[in-house]
Design a protein around this ligand. Structure first.
Ligand SMILES: [Zn+2]
Length: 247
């Protein structure tokens, strides 16, 4: 091959698609280097997109696995929620929240679903969680009783407890199921406050479900500080409905 001078370029043919491209002479290595053809650039971009898609799909599967959503609710969706004239509004509002999550998240706005046992509030909260998980949001679900059990049952007192609290403080969306079923112990209050306060200060939304009929009951079962934080940062979605379990 003829040796070229610095910056010399000439036409050549892409081996891949047959179109004309340039190659340039690089004196340091005494070689002609072909410019990257558009067909190669396009293939590389497509490959990058494919890799990114696979990475996101894998992340979604991982997020679902680690979400803490119980098997019974893993397939809960807005579509398979049984709507009645009474709960229709709650169903609609939950869907609006999911739709507007990215803007509500910036303000740290959460929700509290209230309703009787069996009104389907956990289904609705999990439908919302599953929808956001599918969109790539990292959601963590825990029942209030499981949270307390984990805290009280931590053997290496301190370490496990702190790791769980930190995880719940940091996740993008936290769902605490079934709070306020009864008057809370002092420890429950301080743990819930530690989680909530940190999340609110960092604009991280929290969703609750509870069988209280009025938020004032939260004040009685927890305390004024917890009540203020829930009332000030969560929209209330009341589920007016007869028990789903009876249907
Ligand atoms: Zn080409």
């Amino acid at each position: 091959m003829k040796q070229g001078s610095v910056f010399e370029q000439r036409d050549c043919v892409c081996q891949n698609c047959g179109c004309v491209i340039h190659e340039r002479y690089v004196p340091f290595i005494d070689r002609w280097i072909k410019d990257k053809c558009e067909c190669i650039k396009k293939a590389e971009q497509e490959e990058e997109l494919r890799r990114e898609k696979t990475r996101k799909e894998f992340e979604i599967i991982e997020n679902k696995r680690l979400s803490g959503i119980e098997p019974r609710y893993r397939s809960a969706s807005f579509e398979n929620y049984i709507t009645t004239p009474e709960n229709e509004k709650a169903h609609k509002n939950a869907m609006v929240y999911a739709k507007k999550f990215s803007s509500l998240e910036k303000k740290g706005t959460g929700l509290i679903f209230t309703g009787n046992t069996g009104s389907g509030k956990t289904h609705l909260a999990c439908a919302l969680a599953n929808k956001l998980l599918d969109e790539g949001v990292k959601v963590r679900f825990i029942t209030f009783s499981d949270l307390m059990q984990s805290i009280n049952g931590a053997r290496d007192y301190g370490a496990t407890e702190n790791a769980l609290i930190k995880e719940l403080q940091r996740c993008r969306l936290l769902i605490i199921d079934d709070i306020g079923t009864q008057a809370a112990a002092e420890k429950s209050k301080s743990v819930l406050f530690a989680i909530l306060d940190k999340r609110i200060n960092n604009f991280r939304p929290t969703i609750f479900t509870s069988n209280v009929t009025s938020l004032d009951e939260i004040k009685n079962r927890f305390n004024e500080q917890i009540y203020d934080r829930i009332k000030g940062n969560c929209y209330k979605i009341e589920i007016l409905c007869s028990s789903h379990r009876k249907l």
